[in-house]
Design a binder for this molecule. Structure first.
Ligand code: G
Ligand code: G
Ligand code: MN
Length: 258
């Protein structure tokens, strides 16, 4: 099965059939959409839907992640140019992609070619990415930040980085992992952790996004504790680019939630 997926993956890559879908990023101050995170989606004719958890690791093992990433990023920049002018695009870069010291310059070159403003781009990287090849990662982050690109730390709280290690990088945003958000209403411990992360971020001057917001209780709790942005099924799952205009037409659900 793995060999079959890999074969289909190579042909999907050649025919550009793996495409980004977009999940809204919502400002909790008034529940306004302020941008979208690109998430790779592959609907294969022979295999059906293949989730990124399956094909991203294959792309990484085969070394094709750079080709895939570049393809998805170019497409995302072009799609994002059709959005309202101030909307941001968030794009994921895996630890393997960060081993390549040219990734930052490739991202900047695609921004130049597509005419997408670097100040509207947010690159998401995980804690584990920061722990490997520290010097390379640092220089990639510096290249990007110099050009105005913001850096978000994805899945915060699930990795093994120490605070000192994290703080040695210049970051702009922390994304609170959905495992903490999903237990907010049931577990006192999750609430304590979420509050601690929000306090830490505030003290360090970083913005915060809560991932995996699924219900109005979680939303109210995040808002009450000063979280700036949210993302999750409560607002919308990731949708194809073509569905974005319709999503922006109608008011967001829960816009009146406390
Ligand atoms: O999209 P969810 O829908 O299933 O994504 C699962 C995982 O795959 C997440 O950890 C997400 O960061 C990762 N992922 C999704 N799209 C991309 C992408 O375009 N590039 C990279 N590197 N990872 C992605
Ligand atoms: O690791 P990263 O944060 O990039 O991955 C985002 C992943 O989270 C994707 O797989 C996306 O489909 C998923 N996701 C987004 N919103 C929700 C949600 O509200 N609940 C759950 N369970 N998963 C979500
Ligand atoms: Mn992400």
């Amino acid at each position: 099965r793995r060999i079959q997926i890999e074969r289909e993956f190579r042909s999907a890559l050649a025919s550009n059939t793996i495409v980004p879908h977009y999940q809204p990023l919502v400002s909790l101050d008034g529940n306004r959409i302020i941008g979208f995170e690109a998430l790779a989606r592959w609907q294969s004719e022979s295999l059906g839907y293949v989730p990124p958890d399956v094909f991203i690791p294959i792309a990484e093992e085969t070394g094709l992640i750079n080709v895939l990433g570049d393809q998805l990023f170019r497409r995302a920049c072009l799609d994002a140019k059709a959005w309202p002018e101030n909307f941001i695009l968030a794009f994921n870069i895996s630890p393997i992609q960060l081993r390549d010291p040219t990734i930052g310059l490739r991202i900047l070159s695609t921004l130049g070619q597509t005419g997408f403003n670097p100040r509207r781009l947010e690159i998401e990287i995980t804690e584990s990415a920061l722990m490997q090849n520290v010097a390379v990662v640092q220089s990639v982050i510096d290249d990007l930040r110099c050009a105005g690109v913001r850096i978000a730390l994805d899945d915060f709280g699930t990795g093994y980085a120490t605070l000192t290690q994290l703080l040695s990088f210049h970051l702009d945003k922390i994304k609170i992992d959905r495992s903490f958000v999903s237990h907010l209403d049931k577990s006192e411990e999750s609430l304590v952790i979420v509050r601690a992360i929000l306090g830490l971020a505030k003290g360090l001057g970083l913005t915060t996004t809560a991932e995996g917001v699924e219900d109005a209780t979680q939303l109210a709790c995040l808002k009450a504790n000063g979280c700036a942005e949210g993302q999750g099924y409560l607002f919308s799952k990731a949708i194809p680019a073509a569905e974005i205009p319709a999503l922006l037409e109608r008011p967001l659900l829960y816009s009146s939630a406390a």
